[in-house]
Design a protein around this ligand. Structure first.
Ligand code: COA
Length: 207
């Protein structure tokens, strides 16, 4: 455990994130649903939309961490190797097929967007690098300690550089003020409006 985790006087555990555990998945959905879903009135669709994002950022590996305090999830950090893809395609397809047509379209564009940004990011990476694929805190102040733990783990696995991509619906500033290097800045046209370009960013940090 790092110093940040030790100095807090509470029962804190770093463990694996479990997609089958609603106590893991639901707080993350609650946290990002307003940030990352289209503003429709259908809250069930919005929750499903962000669940798809969370699952698409999952990978079949040992790098999906969650930090809990007294059994309550506080933050998550998922990572993948270069070209590693989510194992949840079957889940996604089933949910997609059950949606009305307009929602199917939104679901698909979003999947294409996530895949396109993943491929761009993998394009910068070597097999010695790792991609931070999802980073969320459900309690302010719990992002930093889980990422420090996760980065220690990536280092112990021999990874040299951590890459990540993010966009204007995320806390981009968090990376900027913590010395992450901007590798690429772009605009995703399908989510842009004439008034507001939808900005994307790829960052990296040595481990
Ligand atoms: C990015 C994220 C995980 C960071 O976690 P966090 O818990 O907010 O960050 P930290 O652990 O560093 O601690 C929070 C502290 O940083 C500060 N902070 C967080 N974001 C900040 C920002 N953009 N600018 C300045 N300070 C910031 C908080 O005010 C807080 O300060 P305090 O301890 O004085 O109250 C979190 O903001 C989050 O989940 N955002 C929504 C999802 C997201 O955007 N994820 C990144 C997608 S790639």
């Amino acid at each position: 455990m790092n110093a940040l985790l030790q100095k807090r006087n509470c029962k804190m555990t770093l463990g694996k994130f479990d997609f089958n555990n609603p106590k893991h998945l639901n707080p993350v959905i609650d946290r990002v649903v307003e940030l990352w879903s289209p503003p429709t009135d259908d809250m069930n669709f919005r929750r499903l939309y962000v669940e798809a994002i969370i699952r698409q950022n999952g990978a079949d590996n040992d790098m999906q961490f969650q930090l809990s305090e007294n059994g309550e999830l506080c933050s998550i950090a998922f990572a993948s190797r270069k070209n590693q893809h989510s194992p949840w395609y079957g889940w996604w397809q089933e949910k997609h097929d059950s949606l009305p047509e307009g929602f199917q379209e939104m679901f698909s564009v979003n999947r294409s967007y996530l895949s396109m940004m993943d491929e761009k990011t993998y394009g910068y990476m070597t097999d010695n690098d790792v991609k931070l694929s999802l980073f969320v805190s459900t309690k302010s102040g719990w992002g930093k300690p889980i990422l420090e733990e996760a980065m220690n783990f990536y280092r112990s696995k021999g990874f040299k550089t951590m890459y990540l991509w993010t966009d204007c619906e995320c806390n981009v500033e968090w990376y900027a003020i913590r010395g992450y290097e901007l590798v690429e800045e772009g605009t995703f046209e399908p989510f842009s409006t004439p008034e507001e370009p939808y900005k994307t960013y790829i960052f990296k940090k040595p481990l």
